[in-house]
Design a protein around this ligand. Structure first.
Ligand code: 3EB
Length: 348
């Protein structure tokens, strides 16, 4: 599995990549997207835009998430593969699959009379049922996006309601719960609907914890009536490369939030968590994810523009400097968290 960096690959890179490519991810300018897809001769699995509409219609899942991109020309996230793909669409649903894996999204309109936990419970239940029917029952990675994440709804914060619904649905339907839980992200958008984006596969992956953090699915009930159902990272070993999918990583040590009100310190703590996770992944999988020779794409979610420069500076002072990073403005699931980093790393 090969991941292209944002800059155009040289001819030599391209040859190597094509020989082994299974799945690629790249951030591309929207205007360059048609030419990008045509020139590579690959098939899109998903196109994800942040903050802006997609300029064309595509054969694959096309997803727009209302999270403003902070500091650069708008980019879209493009997942491609070298296999033929098939797309299924239904009301609020879209899935593009290639025989090994699929990327899909589900969009759920909230009704005022229905609490968020029930909407999430039904949405997740439906997702797992459909993945089983399609023959891709293994969740590798999930992104959850919904508005007003820190607001109260009938006495319980909406993020905590989300956790209740997700927990109930996955505990009922996912074989080997909680050990089969995938890496995940939950971030608050500017507007609805609730969107769940998922990468699922015909084969299982390996899910990892972080030695510096308690497993989120073992958090005490101080953080809500049901624990957050996700793993810190998911590792897969396709024929042509090792892939580490890192969940949203924040300034949480053990289960406690650290450095309240201090964006630079929170960023450094999140980076320490990231490196501890990669070191752990190296021990378990014998794959070096910290080395410079492989592709990586990161997203940094920033709660408030006021702290953006401090957060970006802390990242530029770290080994992540020079990596492909998309900065997005969004609300994070604990009110005191100011920054969260997720990563997708490919090692040949
Ligand atoms: C944390 O470590 C921070 O509920 O899916 C990060 C990534 C967090 C995903 C989720 C929550 C989620 O607990 C919060």
């Amino acid at each position: 599995m090969t991941l292209f960096k944002h800059s155009s690959p040289t001819d030599a890179d391209r040859k190597v990549s094509e020989a082994v490519a299974r799945l690629t991810v790249e951030y591309v300018r929207p205007a360059e997207l048609p030419a990008y897809l045509a020139s590579r001769g690959v098939n899109p699995l998903a196109i994800i835009a942040f903050d802006h509409a997609l300029p064309h219609t595509y054969s694959c899942s096309a997803i727009v998430i209302d999270l403003p991109q902070i500091d650069r020309t708008p980019l879209v996230e493009v997942w491609t593969c070298d296999r033929p793909t098939q797309t299924c669409r239904d009301a609020g649903w879209s899935v593009t699959m290639n025989g090994d894996c699929l990327i899909g999204s589900i969009s759920l309109d909230e009704k005022p009379s229905i609490p968020l936990d029930l909407t999430v419970y039904m949405g997740y239940g439906e997702m797992v049922r459909r993945l089983h029917e399609l023959g891709y029952p293994y969740l590798w990675r999930v992104w959850n996006y919904f508005p007003r994440i820190n607001e109260d709804q009938d006495g319980l914060e909406r993020y905590r309601r989300f956790c209740v619904g997700r927990y109930q649905a996955l505990a009922e339907t996912l074989a080997e719960f909680p050990f089969s839980l995938p890496a995940a992200t939950a971030v608050g958008t500017r507007s609805g609907p609730l969107q769940i984006v998922f990468l699922a596969a015909t084969q299982p992956a390996m899910h990892l914890g972080n030695p510096r953090q308690l497993n989120a699915y073992e958090y005490p009930c101080d953080y809500g009536p049901r624990s957050p159902s996700f793993a810190r990272a998911t590792f897969t070993r396709p024929e042509s490369g090792n892939l580490l999918l890192i969940a949203g990583t924040a300034s949480v040590v053990g289960h406690a939030s650290r450095h309240v009100g201090l964006p630079r310190e929170q960023t450094k703590e999140s980076l320490r968590n990231l490196y501890a996770l990669m070191a752990h992944a190296k021990q378990v999988t014998d794959t070096d994810f910290l080395g410079a020779q492989h592709g990586a794409a990161y997203k940094v979610y920033v709660r408030s523009l006021d702290s953006f420069f401090e957060i970006r500076q802390a990242i530029e002072d770290s080994p992540l400097a020079g990596r492909e990073i998309l900065f997005l403005q969004g609300d994070l699931c604990r009110k005191e968290l100011l920054v969260e980093i997720e990563g997708l790393i490919v090692s040949d």
